[in-house]
Ligand binder design. Sequence first.
Ligand code: SAH
Ligand code: SF4
Ligand code: F3S
Length: 488
Amino acid sequence: MENIGYHTDLLEEDIIVSSKMDDTLESVAGAKKYYIESYGCQMNVSDSEIVAAVLNKSGYRGTSDECEADLIFLNTCSIRDKAEQTVRNRLQQIKSLKKTNKGLVVGILGCMAERLKSKLLEEEQLVDIVAGPDTYRDLPRMISDVDGGQKAVNVLLSREETYADISPVRYSSNGVTGFISIMRGCDNMCAFCVVPFTRGRERSRSADTIVAEAKEMVDNGFKEVTLLGQNVDSYRWSANEKLLGKNLVEAKYSDDVVNFAKLLELVAKVSPSLRVRFSTSHPKDMTDDVLEVMSRYDNICKYIHLPVQSGSSSVLERMNRTYDRSWYLNRIDAIRKYMPNCAISSDVIAGFCGETEDEHQETLSMMDIVKYDMNYMFFYSERPGTLAAKRYTDDIPEETKKRRLTEIVNRQNEHALERNQAIIGTRQIALLEYTARRSNEQIVGRTDGNKKVIIPKGDYQIGDYVEVEIESCTQVTLMAKFIKKIDL
Ligand code: SAH
Ligand code: SF4
Ligand code: F3S
């Protein structure tokens, strides 16, 4: 499958994640076929698997061929302007399909649907369905409205929906790694960010259903799960009737409340052969008890994505990130205290409103201190309705934003190379994920620290854990030799 996430080594602000429906699903005579493409973050990839489950239950069948589809869904992203442009361009291509297939139904799902609501129907005439992220159970009804000659819009946000009872159809997976969404929405208000508006209030999914889903993955041969949330550290859930449905954010940890550290431990205990990853940690909420749990379980990967956004306290304040430079550095120290070899990645925004040259330098110096293994780097793109759009002027000229981003990317490339070179000669455990696209003779795996590692093909297969010795590297990839298979 396509690499999920954002490219780190390119000067691209938005990368499409195009997960194509596998048509291995049993075909049913006369069943209408749907095709889904996902854009944006891992949450959308995970949501598309929920959408597939909802549609299959209603008798539809998936296809990976858009030309034979009766329904095309684009699960969209609004995080930067370019993300939305990509979807609009894709709609232009779909227009020609609609010319040859008059009955084709086109649906926009996800964050762009939520942000633009029925305006999307006016702006993009070929769109028939606009469905926000909390309305996927309602898709069969929306489709029948369209069959009846109407357009359908549902963008209601929910305070409860977590799709906890829906078993996702993991069509976008390689059968080795998969996602579980543990929460939805976001209650933070980072000034630049559209997510609180497109995904609604934060809510945690029941720990029981998360653990059950992880068990199901193990039973189905999966070897790695990534627990997903915009801010996993504020996960809170309780089975206690008195606490159920209450806002537990302020509730103190007790036996009754499952916080993220506890959840992580519950999932890690499902099976020693299941690697556990998670994303995204928020610097203001990442606690030592999470780090302590990570350090105790071999199957919790020693990798943390801890987006800094900026190295400057004054920019962080304008961004409303609610931590400053020294707080962030304290969290980095804590990670290294518990897990000296833990890999760390981040997100960085160049050219936020009012960013001075000195403030930009502070981001570079932050990078010099942390030496991130990976970084997802963007230049600031103003989003309508956000705090920043209301409070500040998007005053950094585009050339300056781009120049600063280039400096950040160059610095990151140096650090990534340095971090990779530091493990040449060491032995690492890799989980083998897929055959290399460039050569059938190579197989691609991932180290515990989330680094891509390539080994020659041999007497092992996708889904195996292998011990490898790192021989050489680039900024983004490790080349290694096989040592032995590992049974976990
Ligand atoms: N919940 C995660 C981030 C989700 S969005 C967190 O809090 O870290 C992923 C990344 O996109 C953000 O971390 C940020 O770096 C970037 N981003 C969000 N809004 C942006 C904007 N308006 N312009 C540029 N980059 C943005
Ligand atoms: Fe956006 Fe901030 Fe929430 Fe992340 S924590 S999704 S950046 S508002
Ligand atoms: Fe994009 Fe929505 Fe994810 S805006 S980054 S798809 S939460």
